[in-house]
Design a protein around this ligand. Structure first.
Ligand code: ADP
Ligand code: ASP
Ligand code: MG
Length: 443
């Protein structure tokens, strides 16, 4: 049966203000993205094919686009292979290598769908016309031309798009950063004006904390875009933060659900659509940041602007910043950076210390950033004091603190991270029997 898909705007430009308007009328198309675990073996790929078959049987009027990740563990394996081969893999070649993970799963998924009698065809980043900038291993989508995808949809077929990849204007493969298949899915949903984008994974939606750390968590019916963006940016890898940004920016209805038990799901919605606004919606953490302290900076001049403008020019992402007086006219400045950029920052600081007149710098990788997030924090005072009391009662002292309207983050010694996450979760999150998820925590 042919799906009723109209040929409206085919090009979707990237965010950041220069978005070319596309037809805001939602089309009867759904995008279903399956993560690494969901396509982690041939049985699971066949299970995905059956799930899509069942959906098409139930909704013959709807077009379906499938987006797949690489099979579980494959991208890690490819990264290790490259690093075993050479110390510093060339980013262009690394992207060619990494893109193969999703090519394998897209081809296998298309075969399994064909076996179910579906006219499926795999699309790599080139065929799916996903254009990106040239920032290898962390490229940003510039535009998607959905014409070829629509052609197949119009014939009732199912495009199976390799997630996580795109192509530069000069035809080189790029990848979108780890976890980037989520971005592919939401960007395609936006480009096709799909009625919804479903992210199928190994959990039944968004929970109040990572179930691998907290054994009893609350499953959330709805989470606002802002909360989800903060949770994702602050470590909850269940969704890539840029996929949440795309969903918010372009109004793509977005849901997270389990491939293995798809009965329940979490919708990511506008804040105005939330039924309730608990003070804390979720607790999350990052273990892969590093804390850098520059010691003995003379206060005269504009040392902070010199330091941070150099780091910004090198595209280093800085998160929490603290400044402390040393007495006299010197100070220390600490800031956190993603761990993988710490080496680059160290090299820059080697050159910058004389310019700043600073004494030395130290890097501490043994840290965790634990955060609580909730739109309800806007309306409640005393969240920070409760959080500090909870941490203190477990003997945990904070090294750095950062807050915004809807989040509070603390940097603490890494060895306390699990205790801190569980203690904050216990203190702030209410779990009722109907929304409880119990799992054996993995550590
Ligand atoms: P996929 O391979 O399907 O993309 P990911 O491993 O990227 O899946 O994301 C799913 C995982 O995210 C879950 O297994 C869970 O451990 C983790 N996770 C972290 N925080 C949360 C949260 N708040 N809610 C649900 N899952 C979470
Ligand atoms: N395969 C890629 C990764 O492991 C992208 C993804 O799974 O979303 O990061
Ligand atoms: Mg993922």
């Amino acid at each position: 049966m042919t799906s009723a898909v109209s040929h409206t705007a085919t090009t979707h430009r990237r965010d950041d203000g220069d978005f070319a308007h596309h037809d805001a009328t939602r089309q009867p198309i759904v995008v279903k993205k399956f993560g690494g675990t969901s396509v982690g073996g041939l049985d699971r790929i066949r299970n995905v094919a059956r799930l899509v078959r069942a959906f098409k049987d139930e909704h013959p009027e709807k077009g379906v686009v499938v987006v797949v990740s690489a099979m579980a563990g494959e991208t890690n394996r490819l990264v290790s292979l490259a690093k075993e081969c050479v110390r510093n893999p060339n980013p262009r070649e690394l992207d060619v290598l990494l893109a193969t993970g999703e090519l394998v799963s897209s081809a296998l998924t298309a075969m399994a769908l064909q076996e179910e009698g579906i006219n499926a065809r795999s699309f790599d980043g080139y065929l799916a016309r996903i254009s990106t900038d040239e920032q290898h291993t962390n490229a940003k989508i510039q535009s998607i031309d959905g014409a070829l995808l629509r052609d197949l949809l119009d014939k009732g077929g199912v495009p199976v798009v390799a997630g996580f990849q795109g192509v530069t204007p000069s035809g080189d493969f790029t990848t979108l950063g780890r976890g980037g298949s989520d971005i592919t899915a939401v960007a395609i949903a936006s480009a096709l004006s799909a009625e919804a984008c479903y992210i199928y994974t190994d959990v039944e939606g968004i929970y109040s904390a990572d179930p691998r750390v907290c054994p009893r968590v609350r499953r959330l019916e709805r989470v606002s875009h802002e909360e989800m963006f903060e949770l994702a940016s602050l470590g909850a890898k269940v969704l890539h933060p840029r996929s949440v940004y795309f969903a918010m920016r372009y109004g793509v209805p977005l849901a997270v659900l389990s491939t293995f038990n798809p009965a329940r799901k979490t919708w990511i919605v506008k804040e105005s659509e939330l039924m309730e606004k608990p003070v804390v919606t979720g607790v999350t953490y990052r273990l892969d940041d590093a804390k850098i302290t520059v010691i003995g900076i003379p206060k005269g001049g504009h040392p902070l602007s010199v330091l941070f403008s150099k780091l910004a020019a090198a595209d280093v992402f800085i998160d929490v910043i603290t400044q402390s007086e040393l007495g006299g006219d010197h100070m220390n400045v600490s800031f956190t950076v993603p761990g993988e950029t710490a080496e680059q920052v160290a090299q820059m600081l080697d050159l910058l210390l004389p310019e700043l007149g600073a004494r030395e710098f130290v890097i501490d990788r043994d840290i965790a950033k634990v955060s609580i997030v909730g739109v309800g924090m806007r309306y409640h005072a005393g969240v920070a004091s409760t959080a500090f009391e909870v941490l203190a009662s477990h003997g945990i002292s904070t090294m750095m603190i950062s807050t915004s309207e809807i989040k509070l983050s603390v940097v603490i010694p890494r060895k306390f991270s699990d205790i801190a996450i569980r203690a904050l979760h216990d203190a702030f999150v209410t779990i009722d029997p109907e929304n409880a998820i119990e799992m054996a925590a993995e550590r």
